[in-house]
Design a protein around this ligand. Structure first.
Ligand code: GCB
Length: 609
């Protein structure tokens, strides 16, 4: 709508492009380990369904109209009693950041549109330093202003972005204003139709980071593809003098190597490693990895492991594994809403651990960096996904660029996390020419950015008589035969489902990405009664029988760990805006099938021991 503003460019994940994009810059790797202040806390907000703080009464954006003043980003106060100003952040209500707005005010529960958020903070910028204003995620479209001046715009609700504010920070009081807009659009990623709550707002941390004149902007330190004895990766310096000597050391393993970055700040990493303890769910070993050069130093906690497929086997550190998983949303049912911190996330992952999982599918969008770091620490392998879900606008090149940018940002952010073993390029996308091109291109992007992990997607199944087949041209680009199936729920019933059999013809590991049934916690009846815990429990038992007959079965992530909110779920008694396929209720209580699932995983674990 306002493309004239040069700062309104979407983050493309590449440092070179980002450098051109106004003050948007590629997010700094491991920003939490840099010198920073948190801007989390209570932010003042104004609900603005008509975008009154953005457009004048002729519907011209204030920043392009003659009227000039009027945008809420000015955070204006009347100079004296005679002046007319119709908004006032100082007397506006406040909400918690990070935190979605839907769960913080009754007025906002179903709201989709614009909310303005404001925070004031003190700064003392020092000469020779770089300053970056970082957002972990804002859903969906964020226009960001510092001291009344626009820094830029970012689209995409689940990936980080940051602005270079080096020359824009004031000594003393600064004001940051965010216009967050969670309106759904057909051409965006995700599109208008999803089975989850469209939580709006600043849902992850906001930081102001201080970086040295020359700094380590990005790095990858991981084992080479299928090679447990060699680290491969890169270092990317940014700032004033990018050609630097950079030392990478892993003191605990007695490793130390030095490389020289080129004029663009780039150096490849490639060095032998012996005697490393490999990361695994049983022993989630993380090493302190130190990178230093050009006056900067950053320390990360990194695990080392290999992941690959051979025929129908998935090999973790060369050993065949079964992915004992569960799908999960990034939502704390007890709020309910997006997690407000690491404690909320740990609670969710802990439930997966209690079920004896060694793996989680973080559906259907990039979860917070903190979630992945917890998975690293707690020993859970991760399937990471982008919100390319259902019926995307396959032929729109801007839509593709957006999906590609979100995937790039995800891989860029999490490439050093040992827990991540699969990049998923989407979920249940309907087969067709333009879609096949779109999706296979995304798969190629994932592989070109990172060839050390598996690339997959949650595919759909087809039924012919009693045969269930998986046939999708996209599968040629993927490492797993991974699909969703709802035997016993959306088709067939508990009584009929065992008449079906799976025929998966790909010589790839079979990982069932979803199956499930809804059950209202505490509702007990017989195994034929929909919505009862007994129905769900029997469906799980039947699924285990059906799936165990598939020769290449190497994992599953049933749908879903916890009941979650969805506007599509409208049964007034059993659902009331909740998808009840959780194995844990919205009150945090385990349903019968939780224990059945755990029993199954205990058995599988013994077989793979
Ligand atoms: C699916 C979707 C998931 C839904 C689930 C359901 O296939 O991938 O997002 O929530 O089914 O409950 O219908």
């Amino acid at each position: 709508a306002h493309a004239a503003d040069p700062a309104d460019v979407q983050l493309a994940g590449q440092p070179s492009k980002a450098a051109r994009a106004g003050s948007l810059m590629a997010p700094t790797q491991n920003i939490y380990a840099r010198s920073h202040v948190s801007l989390d806390g209570r932010w003042s907000y104004i609900i603005d369904p008509y975008e009154n703080g953005y457009y004048d009464y002729r519907h011209m954006p204030f920043d392009q109209s003659d009227s000039g003043k009027g945008g809420f980003y000015d955070d204006r106060k009347p100079k004296d009693k005679t002046e007319w100003v119709e908004y006032d952040f100082d007397h506006a209500p406040t909400m918690k950041v990070p935190g979605d707005w839907n769960s913080q005010a009754e007025k906002l529960q179903l709201y989709e549109g614009t909310v303005w958020l404001r925070q004031a903070f003190q700064a003392d910028p020092k000469p020779g330093k770089h300053y970056a204003l970082y957002f972990g995620a804002v859903n969906y479209e964020a226009h960001v202003y510092l001291n009344g001046k626009k820094l830029g715009m970012h689209k995409g609700g689940f990936t980080p972005f940051q602005f270079d504010v080096t020359d824009k920070l004031a000594k003393g009081r600064n004001v940051v204003v965010v216009k967050a807009d969670n309106t759904r659009h057909q051409d965006e990623i995700p599109t208008v139709n999803t089975d989850w709550w469209n939580y709006g707002g600043i849902t992850r941390d906001v930081l102001l980071a201080e970086l040295p004149a020359t700094y380590i902007a990005d790095y990858k330190v991981q084992l080479a593809k299928g090679d447990a004895r060699r680290v491969e990766g890169f270092i990317q310096m940014a700032g004033n003098s990018k050609a630097q000597q950079v030392t990478v050391s892993i003191p605990e393993a007695g490793i130390r190597t030095t490389v020289r970055t080129d004029a663009n700040g780039r150096a490849a990493l490639n060095f032998p490693v012996n005697k490393l303890t490999f990361w695994s769910p049983e022993q989630p070993k993380l090493y302190s990895v130190e990178l230093s050069g050009g006056g900067d130093k950053v320390v990360d906690r990194i695990g080392f492991r290999t992941i690959e497929t051979r025929g129908q086997d998935i090999l973790l550190n060369g050993k065949s594994v079964f992915l004992r998983g569960i799908s999960m949303h990034e939502e704390n049912p007890l709020i309910p809403g997006r997690p407000r911190g690491a404690g909320d996330m740990r609670m969710l992952l802990q439930w997966a651990k209690e079920m004896n999982c060694n793996y989680v599918r973080l559906a259907h969008y990039p979860h917070s960096e903190e979630m992945i770091r917890l998975a690293d620490e707690m020993g859970l392998m991760v399937w990471a996904e982008v919100p390319v879900y259902w019926t995307i606008s396959w032929t729109n090149p801007d839509t593709y660029a957006n999906a590609n940018a979100q995937l790039t940002d995800l891989v860029t952010r999490d490439k050093n996390r040992a827990s991540v073993v699969v990049w998923s390029v989407g979920n249940e996308t309907p087969i067709g020419g333009p879609r096949n091109t779109f999706m296979s291109n995304l798969a190629k992007t994932a592989r070109s950015l990172d060839d050390t992990r598996l690339v997959a997607a949650a595919l759909e199944i087809h039924r012919k008589g009693s045969d269930i087949t998986v046939e999708d041209p996209l599968a040629d680009y993927l490492d797993l035969a991974s699909f969703n199936e709802y035997a016993g729920w959306y088709w067939a019933s508990n009584a009929e489902m065992l008449n079906y059999r799976f025929d998966v013809r790909y010589n790839k590991p079979v990982v069932v990405t979803e199956f499930g049934a809804e059950a209202l916690g505490g509702y007990h009846a017989d195994a034929d009664t929909r919505w009862s815990e007994e129905y769900q429990d029997t469906l799980y038992r039947n699924q285990f029988k059906m799936l165990s007959a598939i020769p290449g079965l190497r994992g599953m992530t049933p749908w879903v760990l916890v009941d979650f909110r969805s506007p599509r779920r409208q049964h007034p008694y059993f659902q009331d805006f909740w998808n009840r396929k959780g194995l844990v209720t919205d009150a945090g209580k385990k349903k019968l099938a939780f224990w059945t699932m755990k029993q199954f995983y205990d058995d599988v674990q013994r077989k793979y021991a």
